[in-house]
Design a binder for this molecule. Structure first.
Ligand SMILES: [Zn+2]
Length: 278
């Protein structure tokens, strides 16, 4: 099936489940995530981030995602994660990406509105969807300050002015967490879901405890971004495997590593409620 945009995955503001966004870095990750989606009959988002682009290249990543999506029957969207440069957005759209996220969270409100509006226009012209961010989901710091969390009135204004299809909000999660110990401000989430007419997105989910992820879905989160957690799974699998089976073939190691990543993705899909929604 040809890959589709986020609005075509079957999830919307009123759904009672969330679609998983899984960052992929090479074909092994891509195949593991798609295999999980097939097993669960779940729609899925393959996300390409800036670090992975530096590692693998934008065109090879997008084209391999598109090819692997075409081989499967479950709905797959290929999505650009955390673009801060309009030139990268342009190149990704020209290469056939289905959805783009512009991260203007470090800019002033006015600049974030202006650049995100431009990205929405560029995306919609290509039949792609666009995600924006309001509030700050930090990287690697222990706690999110109250000022970093999303302000509801600003978020309403931002969504209205930019026309984003999906909106990332800051509720207490942090990017890059290797273990899950964070909780979310669920009261703030309920307010945001009530007041904002587009589906809400949670970044930094690898650090959030399962109970809070489940509650976030009940309270209005419709797209959940998972990145670091899957890297941790693969690395820890390979660490053990290379010690236990030093003479095994590398391809067998990687194949089993993909199996471990696939199992982790399946358990996230069940937690997000996206199983059997394809
Ligand atoms: Zn993020």
């Amino acid at each position: 099936m040809n890959p589709c945009n986020l609005n075509q995955l079957g999830v919307d503001r009123e759904s009672r489940w969330a679609v998983g966004h899984f960052n992929i870095h090479n074909q092994e990750f891509t195949r593991a995530v798609v295999r999980a989606a097939e097993q669960e009959r779940s729609p899925v988002i393959l996300a390409v981030g800036m670090m992975s682009i530096k590692y693998m290249g934008l065109a090879p990543l997008i084209s391999s995602c598109r090819l692997i999506a075409q081989e499967t029957e479950v709905p797959v969207a290929v999505h650009l994660d955390h673009a801060r440069d309009l030139e990268v957005v342009r190149r990704a759209l020209d290469l056939g990406i289905n959805s783009v996220m512009f991260d203007g969270s470090s800019l002033s409100f006015e600049e974030n509105v202006a650049k995100t509006t431009e990205v929405v226009r560029m995306a919609h012209d290509c039949g792609a969807t666009a995600e924006g961010e309001i509030g700050i989901v930090p990287h690697g710091t222990a706690r999110v300050s109250t000022e970093d969390m999303t302000d509801p009135s600003r978020a309403v204004e931002f969504a209205g002015k930019t026309g984003v299809d999906f909106l990332a909000v800051s509720l207490g999660s942090v990017h890059g967490m290797k273990t899950a110990g964070t909780s979310l401000n669920q009261d703030l989430l309920k307010k945001l879901h009530e007041q904002i007419q587009v589906p809400l997105v949670l970044h930094g989910a690898s650090g959030v405890v399962d109970d809070h992820l489940k509650a976030a879905v009940a309270n209005g989160i419709r797209k959940i971004n998972v990145n670091t957690g899957l890297k941790v799974v693969l690395k820890s699998f390979l660490r053990t495997r290379l010690v236990d089976e030093p003479d095994s073939d590398l391809l067998a190691d990687l194949d089993q590593g993909m199996g471990a990543v696939c199992t982790a993705v399946v358990s996230k899909m069940r937690l997000f409620g996206s199983s059997n929604k394809a």
